[in-house]
Design a protein. Structure first.
Length: 212
């Protein structure tokens, strides 16, 4: 059985150095390199995935845009959002990419269920969504890069943040997609408290997959 990934707390980390550190970590991996989960928040930044379309940034509000090497379209990161990067050796863990995506989504779904908030997936739109009235709102975004059977990038969960920068984008490429956060759903936990619970659910999901 594989060891649980170790956790690295990066605090409030500028996006580009954190991204370059993930790239370097993955490039230098050997078969013995332990897996890691990196937990952080970022100063305000938009990130655009490899196949992302620049027109999904609707107007310039002064927040920088960084073109990066994950899948997916455009998303926003800012203080009060929990970001967890998954630096995993998928081959060693016997994981397929789709299984990892499902595992990440289920971790968020289970976390929200713990506090009485039902959440779901949407076909063809990775991430986690909650129903609000007649529509759904996105609460967690997901994007990965796989290199030599190892993953990096990961997920972001909106906790207690200024959501207005999302108005300048089509979140993950979906025009008019609403976003929400745990605070607005009645979950009165800080980002640090949410990240601890989310890490617990992620570890549990990874363990279950290895035993499946």
């Amino acid at each position: 059985m594989n060891a649980a990934p170790s956790v690295r707390q990066l605090g409030l980390a500028d996006y580009e150095p954190a991204w370059q550190a993930m790239v370097s970590f993955t490039a230098a991996r050997t078969a013995e390199t332990p897996d890691e989960l990196w937990v952080c928040q970022h100063p305000p930044v938009y990130t655009l995935g490899q196949a992302g379309k620049p027109e999904h940034l609707l107007f310039d509000n002064g927040i920088p845009l960084v073109k990066i090497d994950r899948g997916g379209q455009i998303t926003y990161h800012g203080p009060g959002q929990v970001v967890i990067y998954l630096l995993l050796d998928l081959a060693r863990r016997g994981l397929k990419v789709r299984e990892l995506v499902t595992c990440i989504e289920q971790s968020v779904i289970d976390l929200l269920a713990e506090y009485g908030v039902p959440a779901t997936r949407l076909d063809g739109a990775p991430g986690v969504y909650v129903s609000q009235g007649d529509s759904v709102s996105k609460i967690a975004a997901l994007g990965l890069r796989i290199r030599r059977n190892c993953s990096y990038h990961g997920l972001s969960l909106n906790v207690d943040m200024d959501l207005s920068p999302f108005l300048a984008i089509n979140p993950c490429g979906y025009a008019g997609m609403k976003v929400t956060q745990t605070r607005d759903l009645g979950i009165a936990l800080s980002p640090a408290q949410i990240s601890e619970r989310l890490l617990s659910h992620l570890r549990q999901q990874l363990q279950q997959l290895e035993h499946a």
